[in-house]
Design a protein around this ligand. Structure first.
Ligand SMILES: Cc1cc2nc3c(=O)[nH]c(=O)nc-3n(C[C@H](O)[C@H](O)[C@H](O)COP(=O)(O)OP(=O)(O)OC[C@H]3O[C@@H](n4cnc5c(N)ncnc54)[C@H](O)[C@@H]3O)c2cc1C
Length: 426
């Protein structure tokens, strides 16, 4: 390995800090450029400032939540797996814990501990960190031969030359964090295709008046399903019509829906050319079949028949939610008085509650960016561009987005690590 190889890493987030530290440890001279006045801004705010660093699963369990990017991520996540991430943090002095959901957090619940560990590790490895240093352009240096590029990285104040560039500038969600999609323009100029970007893991805007009035209520366990519609707006049924299905908790808000189930299905909704071309429904009682729920309201005689429908529904969910669903399905009566038509409507509301969605909270509130650098143009084992030698691309700037649960940091760590290993190998 060439000890004096100069690598510039652009962006000091999860992918960039791992890449910079690993490359320096492997003997390269590394400069890390970050436009913010501190490193790891998204790490600091992640997981409600607790930082869900990865998920308690194997490499396959990580990659399978990345949809079209699943195969692309297999080599890098296989080589730097959730176990490796946990071991790395433990070695750096960050004790970790696994929660019942499988999410891995620092035992301290302090995201700052995660950021500090990565920061100190790379500084100790010899990385030259330059904060308040926004990159404005990336171009091939004229001194480069036809075979192998050298690079010029243009910042607001100077132009830096180097042998290798690793782009880890993130996507364009939460732009206040510094992630304003800057790298797309440079990479486009270098020939890369940028798959249309859109918000993912984003709260959904819509719902009905009664849903918004229940703002603050959480459904601890429900299944959100997104279905396709026909051109004339009819909801399609059958397995093939299901775009995504996610079982988790869901939060009713004053603007619509939030919480893991809503956020996880949001990317499939923003992928539609218009959001009203897909249909969102929620199974509020995933442990019961439709027939079992129907049975609660049939064959009731004597005292059971005198019970109010809402009191039965309130046995399995918050009273206010039960009252609203019962009212919405016109079923507010005694069980024995419930007409079959209304009973079917009630069961349908409980098992397939339609939630009209008109939009999302946009990039401003999206935890990740879907779309980005086209994966076919990047080597999945090395993260090197297939179009430009000595250019590596890792993290969320790529066209990868996974579910809530630590998967996205894992992808950033794995791809950043792969880039550093390859960039320092001859
Ligand atoms: C509110 C919130 C909570 C989240 N919680 C979790 C969680 O708990 N678990 C999880 O797995 N994922 C979580 N995510 C997603 C996760 O933060 C990202 O997937 C991850 O940070 C991507 O890492 P990255 O290194 O590719 O990009 P980033 O972390 O976004 O880092 C990119 C860096 O590049 C810098 N940069 C950009 N442009 C330039 C430029 N022109 N010049 C210099 N520097 C530049 C940026 O300032 C930034 O520091 C959360 C996201 C948000 C917004």
């Amino acid at each position: 390995m060439n000890q004096r190889k100069h690598i510039i890493v652009i962006g000091a987030g999860a992918a960039g800090m791992i890449a910079a530290g690993e490359a320096a440890r492997r003997g390269a001279r590394v400069t890390l450029l970050e436009k913010n006045n501190k490193t790891g801004v998204k790490i600091l705010m992640s997981g409600g400032t607790r930082c869900n660093i990865t998920h308690d699963t194997d490499a396959r369990g990580i990659t399978e939540v990345f949809g079209h990017a699943r195969r692309f991520l297999q080599p890098s996540v296989g080589r730097f797996s959730p176990t490796d991430v946990v071991q790395m943090f433990n070695k750096l002095g960050v004790a970790t814990k696994i929660e019942s959901t499988g999410k891995v957090f620092p035992e301290s619940n302090r995201a700052v501990e995660v950021r500090d560990a990565l920061h100190q590790d790379m500084i100790q490895a010899g990385v030259d960190l330059r904060l308040n240093c926004g990159v404005t352009d990336l171009r091939i240096a004229e001194s480069g031969s036809g075979e192998t590029n050298h690079w010029e990285v243009v910042t607001e104040t100077e132009t830096l030359a180097c042998d290798v560039v690793i782009v880890t500038a993130g996507g364009q969600s939460w732009p206040g964090c510094g992630t304003t999609g800057d790298a797309y323009a440079w990479l486009r100029k270098l020939g890369h295709k940028i798959v249309q970007t859109r918000p993912a893991l984003v709260p959904l805007v819509g719902g009905t008046d009664w849903m918004r009035a229940l703002s603050g209520i959480t459904l601890d366990d429900c299944v959100a399903t997104v279905r396709t519609k026909t051109n004339t707006g009819e909801i399609q049924t059958g397995k093939k019509a299901v775009l995504i299905q996610r079982r988790s908790s869901l939060l009713l808000t004053h603007f619509g829906l939030s919480g893991p189930a809503a956020m996880d299905v949001s990317g499939s909704m923003t992928a539609a050319s218009r959001i009203d071309q897909v249909h969102l429904e929620v199974d509020v009682l995933p442990n019961e079949s439709e027939a079992e729920v129907e049975n609660w309201f049939t064959n009731r005689s004597g005292n059971d028949g005198r019970r109010r429908v809402s009191s039965i529904v309130a046995g399995v969910m918050p009273q206010r939610l039960a009252d609203s669903i019962v009212a919405a399905s016109d079923s507010d009566c005694h069980v024995s008085d419930l007409p079959a038509k209304n009973r079917r409507r009630l069961v349908s509301c409980l098992k397939r509650l339609p939630v009209p969605i008109t939009g999302t909270r946009g990039f401003a509130k999206a935890e990740v960016t879907a779309g980005g650098v086209k994966l076919a143009e990047v080597n999945p084992s090395t993260m090197e561009s297939r179009l430009q030698k000595n250019l590596y691309i890792a993290g969320e700037v790529l066209d990868v987005d996974g579910w809530i649960g630590g998967y996205n940091f894992q992808a950033a760590f794995s791809t950043g690590h792969a880039a550093a290993v390859a960039a320092t190998s001859e």
